[in-house]
Ligand binder design. Structure first.
Ligand code: HEM
Length: 194
């Protein structure tokens, strides 16, 4: 009490900052996570749908939309990596066994790797298609050229990594489901705002 009276009222605000909830990710991390999740699922559905379309304006429209959303995922990934360097993720509860910790770690690393390879391979495949790549209508610097073998190579990488991404998403969801079934809600709520 005496100490509180002695410090300047403003200083007391600074001296007692609100501690972050150590059991949860920050709001920023949650926003990036859920935005990326929604975009990646949309991109996978859109990718599978658009490659089956016949040549024409419909196909071009969906390809352009796919590229714009995919490049947005790349921008979000850069933000996510920056967040990760500046923050420590909340610790897992002590009840989580070592092998689940290890698996979660591998899956998270896999996500970072694939979410880097996926938009990059798409962008490179697009750069060697002979067409300008645009982000929601804004032309990006066009440094590539029309090169069928390079275009095919990066398309192949793009398709293979999209399959690996689906496998990883399924593993991640099964992990979440197993925690929900075991009643470990605190673990799942770390990425849930409420
Ligand atoms: C995380 C981001 C992305 C995801 C999850 C994603 C996913 C996919 C999927 C699932 C396909 C269909 C593959 C198939 O089965 O044939 C596809 C195709 C394609 N994507 Fe992406 N993509 C992403 C980013 C991008 C970016 C940034 C670009 C270009 C700027 C791009 C360009 C393309 C192109 C050109 C195709 C058609 C390939 C072909 O001709 O077969 N993608 N994408």
């Amino acid at each position: 009490m005496l100490r509180l009276m002695l410090v300047h009222p403003r200083a007391s605000y600074r001296a007692v900052p609100m501690p972050p909830n150590p059991e949860k990710y920050t709001r920023t991390a949650m926003l990036i996570h859920w935005l990326m999740a929604a975009l990646v699922l949309t991109l996978i559905g859109l990718g599978w749908y658009m490659v089956e379309l016949p040549q024409g304006p419909g196909r071009s429209y969906y390809f352009a939309l796919h590229k714009s959303l995919g490049l947005s995922v790349f921008a979000l990934l850069v933000l996510r990596i920056a967040w990760r360097f500046a923050h420590r993720p909340p610790a897992l509860p002590a009840s989580v066994p070592w092998w689940q910790r290890g698996m979660a770690h591998v899956v998270h690393l896999g996500f970072y790797a694939l979410l880097l390879v996926q938009p990059l391979s798409g962008y490179l495949s697009s750069s060697f298609s002979g067409y300008k790549t645009r982000w929601f209508g804004i032309p990006l610097p066009h440094w590539g050229w029309r090169d069928a073998p390079l275009n095919e190579l990066f398309t192949e990488i793009h398709v293979i990594s999209s399959i690996a991404l689906v496998v990883l998403i399924t593993t991640h969801l099964l992990g979440v489901l197993s925690h929900v079934c075991a009643g470990q809600w605190t673990l799942v709520r770390r990425m849930w705002p409420w």
